[in-house]
Design a protein. Sequence first.
Length: 355
Amino acid sequence: MPAGGYSVQPRLDYQTIVGVEGPLVIMDNVKFPTFGEIVNVCLADGRVRQGQILEVNKKKAIVQVFEGTSGVDVKNTHIEFTGDVLKMPISDDLIIKQKQPLIIGRAFNGSGKPIDKGPPVLAEEFLSIQGNPMNPKARVYPKEMIETGVSTIDVMNSLVRGQKLPLFSAAGLPHNEIAAQICRQAGLVKGKDVMDHIFIVFAAMGVNMETARFFRNDFEQNGSMENVVLFLNLANDPTIERIVTPRLALTTAEYFAYTREMHVLSIMTDVSSYADALREISAAREEVPGRRGYPGYMYTDLAQLYERAGRVEGKNGSITQLPILTMPNDDITHPIPDLTGYITEGQVTFIDAYL
């Protein structure tokens, strides 16, 4: 990208839409479509929406429009292919911003746009939200504990740096309060001494306005916001945004863990909402469903998120994951907790309302 900000790469522009189904746009006669490529959907009234190629088949391509397909006209809408995958602007601006006399953290929506009245991120680099593959041989065995301040976790099922430890909850239980408490109290532990506070990346997916307000108010009022990067995807936001949100959060975590060599705790809630978004998109693509309507590749998709946790040889930083999911009907054999249990290392089960 030149200094002036203008792209010199040629872009392909198509007006070959053959159908619109829900959030999907179906195109034909597309030359060399690339899976995951970002496109600009240009409407007849001049508005531009972003989308991503979800499926390619010879000259056909299926595009998921981030902001929905309302107003998309088959005849008058044209789609511009950017030739690039979805990337996130990344820099230290994600950690803090100066507001005299306060230094507080940043808050973004599910697509990575600031919602805290702060300026856009001044990018040092752009990173693919899919992350980089981690060589299994380069992984370092997790040893050091992270103190959460929750005695049930610290004593009975300790959280270790580089581990992925899910919390299985149920509807109506205070898992949101537990997540906020961990953000307030989490610290790095070596032996008996607390060394310093851990940096937290918090991703909320499919939450309602009340829950989103609770997290923001709690972080700001108790001072933990200065140590948190917050991504909020609301229940009324586009479905595809719910798929993007955890990847934005984990890309942020990877930057600070492996580039800045910080210890990062990534908290993601609610993974069940994420899996439901996967099912919705799979149904729109008319794929053959698996158990309870979820796509057959859900295990692989969840593993792509969970396996981004860990420690890498030669790097001082680490990524620790604490995904939170609500089990439908308190059923631990449901596909979401079942598959999560296969991928992660241990579980904290929090389903008894009397505990």
